[in-house]
Design a protein. Sequence first.
Length: 77
Amino acid sequence: MDLYGITFSQEEFLFLLITVLFWVAVIGGAGAALHAKARAWRSRTPEEALFQRFTAGKIDDDEYRHRLEALRAVMGS
């Protein structure tokens, strides 16, 4: 195969094609995974984020209830 004055055998062309397709798949897959993760992170409501902090032990029961009441007061108005 002759491409702009560069001659490739069929094996070399096939290797080049497979290599390019492999890297496109790897980079595309990583990009799709990061996009899906970012999208899932953005879809959480503020109450879900607060509950997740509570279940992780970052805030105690009193602080959770106080912040939940404040959040509902702000979101309700």
